[in-house]
Design a protein around this ligand. Sequence first.
Ligand code: SAJ
Length: 441
Amino acid sequence: MKGTFVTRSAAEALAEKIRSRTAHVGVVGLGYVGLPLAVEFARAGFSVTGVDVSNWKAEAINRGESYVQDVPAETLARLVEQKKIRATTDFSVIADMETLNICVPTPLRKTKDPDMSFIASACEEIGRFLRPGALVILESTTYPGTTDEFVLPMLERDDRKVGRDFFLCFSPERVDPGNPTYQTSNIPKVVGGVTPACTELATLLYSQALERVVPVSSTQVAEMVKLLENTFRMINIGLVNEMALMCDRMGINVWEVIDAAATKPFGFMPFYPGPGLGGHCIPIDPFYLSWKTKQAGIEARFIELAGYINGQMPMFAVEKVQNALNDQGKPVKGSHIHLLGMAYKRDIDDVRESPALDIALLLRKRGAKVTYTDPHVPKVKLDSSELLSEDLAAMTREADCVVIVTDHTCVDYAPVVANARLIVDTRNALKGVQSDNIVRL
Ligand code: SAJ
């Protein structure tokens, strides 16, 4: 019989390239998720091309300069030197990529609806240049069904069929910027594919670079995993914030309550009240879920309620300031109020959705002069103006009230306690410090 010309399936061909680490890996979106991932694939021996719309990001990477705190510049520089990693704004390089991770933002619109524009434009480009037999993995946090209902139709064009001509998965990003223990390489990676072959290929790819991969049965399960993780946090933060409101009304120290409850060795996990919920994950992700469940005809009541409570905390913090000044016979109007901390959580420089911004605006609206100090945030846009981080010692002496909004560990709080006329501590940064000039959330 004439030699049967058996075309190996695209999956087998790709699997072989992944095992030999000769597959050309592409990462679309080079932010705090995409760049660390690109570096891990490059460290594993793959040749990696990062693609981003930002020219300055691409140029910085090609100069071996890291703009992501979790990617050491020397690591990046070495991989660039070894030609293991490069970056470009030219999406046509996708035609050479055998695997593609999409790590673009998924913000909310003002109406709290998902903003899918970043995923749409990335998939538009990928649809144009997708190489036959390539594996595409969406990592951006999104509502369950996005991969199958939104991404797949954009890629199944020109008679392409998923599972035969290309492969498609979802894998939630779990990057925790600045976490000294858990980084991209050692955070378990959940992944679910449109078909079993998709899941197998993505599991094989991640296994070359990451310590643990957790395959699941579908893209929807993988999408839902991330939303459960972050909704769990948002709702529990909402719970302790409500506890703080209750304890405030009853004159109970909520921080002492939580610390004592945290001695329970099982069945409890401490969360802490604060001035509000910041960041680009926790305040956002749960509303991707509630948006989708509404379409399925079910109200995500916990999410809505927790969102309402968390959203009230900046105002609650401002009322604490107002009442504390009032007890000293001072109106907010005309007072100088100095915010200590502008980032949305300790020891980072990110101000996205930071409650400090809300608090500053609310105080300004009440006629206060607002300044701030944040060692990680040298300047910040507030409305149409720009504020610069001020000298803490000078502001402590000058201000009528210092508000601890972010409990950075690099700040020496002792001089603040010694010299401030009044302190409102929204983070229990002064835990255990007794002083008449301290008011706690
Ligand atoms: N917050 C509280 N009380 C708490 C915990 C947090 O008020 O008990 C506030 C923080 O101050 C911040 C906001 O909530 O304003 C979000 O804080 P976060 O600790 O959840 O930090 P994020 O937004 O950086 O969340 C990320 C998430 N990572 C991913 O989505 C991949 C989240 O899943 C992680 O659990 C979290 O980091 C983490 O543990 O640090």
